[in-house]
Design a protein around this ligand. Structure first.
Ligand code: NAP
Ligand code: GLV
Length: 313
C-alpha cells in the first residue's frame, strides 16, 4: 500500500493519477482508513512530525521533490529505509527556464533600464556580449548541469562548482573547498543549485559575495538562488545589494517560507522575488515516475535515484 503525505500540494490529484496508474495497488491519503502495517511506501513532501509513526514495514520513502533536506532533517525519519528522490525532465526544463530567464535579465541590465524607463531617462549603455559574462553555477547535479549546458548554448562563459570534477564541453569545472575562491573570483552571475546540507548552509553570505568579480556587469555581480533558502543569509543579501557588493538578485527560496510580510526583500531595490516556483513537481509526470518506481521495485528491480543519506543529497 502507498500512503500519500503531501503538504501544500494537490494531494487528491496525485492520488487520482497514482491510483489510475497503479491499478490494483492501493493508494491512500492520511484521511483514509488503513492499517499502518500495510504501508510499504510513503510519498512525502514537508512531512509532519508524526508522519512515520507506526510505519514499521516501509520498503522505501519517496520524495515528491528533488530536494530531500526536509526529509533528512526529519526528527523521526526511519533508519535504513531507502529514500528515492524525484528526477524529472519537466522539472529540469522548468528550472533551466528560470535560470536562463534570470541570467539573461541580469546580463542585459534589466534593473538599470527599468529604472531609466520609470525616470524617463534615455541613456544608452551597451551590455557586453554573453561570451564576456561569466556565469558560475554552484552545484552541477541534474539541475546545475542542464542549466550549464543551456547557458553555454546561449554563448555565456560558464563555470561550475561541485564536490567532484565534471568533464563537460565548454564548462570550467571547479571542485571542493580548495577551489571555491578561485571559482567565485571571476564570476559575474552566481547561480545556486546546490542541495541544502550542513556544508552548504549559509554559503550565500556577504564574505562570499565580496569575492565575486566586479567591473564586468554594470552595477555589480548578480546572485540567483533557486535552490534552498537555508543557503542564504538574507541580512547579508540586503546589505550587499545596498552597498553595491551585489548589483542585483533573483531569489526563489527563502530562510522562512512563505516570505514574511516584514522581510525587507519584498521592497528591496534590484531584488526579484518569486514564491518558490522555479520548478515544481508536476503530478502528471510525478505519478508516472513513482508508479514506475513502485511497480519495478515490487518486481524485484532496484530503486532508482536513491539518496545518499551520509552525503546528504
Ligand atoms: P543533485 O543532482 O543531487 O546535485 C547536487 C549537486 O551539488 C552535485 O553536483 C553535487 O556535487 C553538488 N554538491 C553537493 N554538496 C556539495 C558541496 N558540499 N560542495 C560542492 N558541491 C556540492 O541535485 P539537483 O537535482 O540538481 O537539485 C539541486 C537542488 O535544487 C535540490 O537539492 C533542491 O534543493 C533545489 N530545487 C529547488 C527547486 C525550486 O523550485 N526552487 C526545485 C527543485 C530543486 P557532486 O556532483 O560532486 O556530487
Ligand atoms: C522543490 O523545491 C524541490 O526540491 O523539488
Amino acid at each position: 500500500m502507498l500512503l500519500l503525505h503531501l503538504q501544500d500540494i494537490d494531494e487528491p490529484r496525485w492520488k487520482q493519477r497514482l491510483s489510475t496508474l497503479l491499478g490494483d495497488y492501493p493508494v491512500v491519503l492520511r484521511s483514509d482508513t488503513y492499517h499502518c502495517d500495510d504501508i510499504r511506501y510513503i510519498l512525502a513532501w514537508k512531512p509532519y512530525a508524526d508522519a512515520f509513526d507506526g510505519l514499521n514495514n516501509l520498503k522505501a520513502i519517496l520524495s515528491s521533490g528533488a530536494g530531500v533536506d526536509g526529509l533528512l532533517t526529519h526528527k523521526n525519519l526511519p533508519k535504513n529505509v531507502p529514500i528515492v528522490r524525484f528526477v524529472d525532465d519537466e522539472l529540469t526544463q522548468c528550472m533551466s527556464d528560470y535560470v536562463v530567464a534570470n541570467v539573461t535579465m541580469h546580463h542585459r541590465c534589466h534593473s538599470r533600464y527599468r529604472d531609466d524607463q520609470l525616470a524617463k531617462n534615455w541613456t544608452q549603455f551597451y551590455p557586453p556580449p554573453a561570451w564576456d559574462i561569466r556565469v558560475g553555477i554552484l552545484g552541477l547535479g541534474v539541475l546545475g548541469l542542464d542549466a550549464a549546458k543551456r547557458l553555454i548554448g546561449l554563448g555565456f562563459d560558464v563555470r561550475g562548482w561541485s564536490r567532484s570534477k565534471k568533464i563537460v564541453d565548454g564548462l570550467s569545472s571547479f571542485s571542493g573547498a580548495d577551489e571555491f575562491d578561485a571559482f567565485l573570483s571571476d564570476t559575474d552571475i552566481l547561480v545556486d543549485l546546490l542541495p541544502l546540507t550542513p556544508e552548504t548552509m549559509g554559503i550565500l553570505n556577504y564574505e562570499n559575495f565580496s569575492k565575486l568579480r566586479t567591473g564586468r556587469l554594470k552595477g555589480g555581480p548578480a546572485l540567483i538562488n533557486a535552490a534552498r533558502g537555508g543557503h542564504q543569509k538574507e541580512t547579508d543579501i540586503v546589505k550587499a545589494l545596498n552597498d553595491g557588493t551585489l548589483g542585483a538578485a533573483s531569489l526563489d527560496v527563502f530562510e522562512v517560507e512563505p516570505l514574511p510580510a516584514s522581510s525587507p526583500l519584498w521592497s528591496q531595490k534590484n531584488c526579484y522575488v518569486t514564491p518558490h516556483i522555479a520548478a515544481i513537481s508536476n503530478p502528471q509526470s510525478g505519478a508516472s515516475y513513482f508508479a514506475r518506481v513502485i511497480r519495478d521495485h515490487e518486481k524485484g528491480m532496484p530503486l532508482i535515484n536513491v539518496v545518499d543519506v551520509k552525503r546528504g543529497y
